[in-house]
Design a protein around this ligand. Structure first.
Ligand SMILES: [Fe+2]
Length: 191
């Protein structure tokens, strides 16, 4: 039987990612490198933005599902330049692989222990600009980040392992936070 892996590039990538999470969850450097290797056949493609199925996003300019099976999610997201997505956690691993453009990206560690209701202390532990081919991996317990596209046409391949927790935190710069939905969305909805 003639088997051509390139005929099913998204499936091949998903299988490689499933193997990567099975082998390396808990080892940040190895998992990050394995995700980069697994996604490279997709990010090397010039036609990646034509793949996938449109998805409703509440922040991004446009978003498409490339893969979803309940245990693994791959989406391609075009980020709006000039709008910073608030710092947030996930409860699981999330990797961002830059496909095009430039993304300012900050990783935080929460340093308080919840002593104060509705107030968190975040410490920046990584701050930089990601460009095509770069990858960043949020892996609990260090898994809070915020980001902002610096150029139009910034596309990010996002990989999520398992399900995000329902009670995700979205932090405001003043240290307060909302749970479940990003504050920008909630505050806009509230008028
Ligand atoms: Fe995230």
């Amino acid at each position: 039987m003639n088997h051509n892996p390139a005929a099913h590039p998204v499936r091949e990538c998903a299988q490689a990612l499933i193997a990567a999470f099975a082998a390396h969850t808990g080892d940040h450097a190895r998992l990050r490198d394995a995700i980069r290797d697994a996604t490279q056949p997709l990010t090397d493609r010039s036609d990646l933005t034509t793949l996938g199925v449109k998805r409703q996003g509440n922040f991004v300019t446009n978003s498409k599902f490339l893969y979803y099976d309940g245990g693994l999610e791959m989406t391609l997201n075009e980020m709006p330049p000039g709008t910073r997505f608030p710092a947030h956690d996930h409860g699981t691993c999330e990797a961002l692989v830059i496909y095009a453009g430039r993304l300012a990206h900050t990783v935080y560690e929460r340093t308080d222990r919840g002593e104060q209701d509705d107030n968190a202390e975040l410490r920046i532990i990584e701050d930089g600009v990601l460009e095509r081919g770069d990858i960043t991996l949020m892996m609990p317990p260090v898994e809070i980040h915020s980001f902002e596209a610096l150029t139009p046409g910034t596309f990010v391949l996002t990989v999520v392992h398992g399900r995000m927790k329902a009670d995700r935190h979205f932090y405001r710069p003043d240290g307060t936070y909302t749970i479940g939905s990003p504050p920008s969305v909630m505050e806009r909805a509230a008028g």
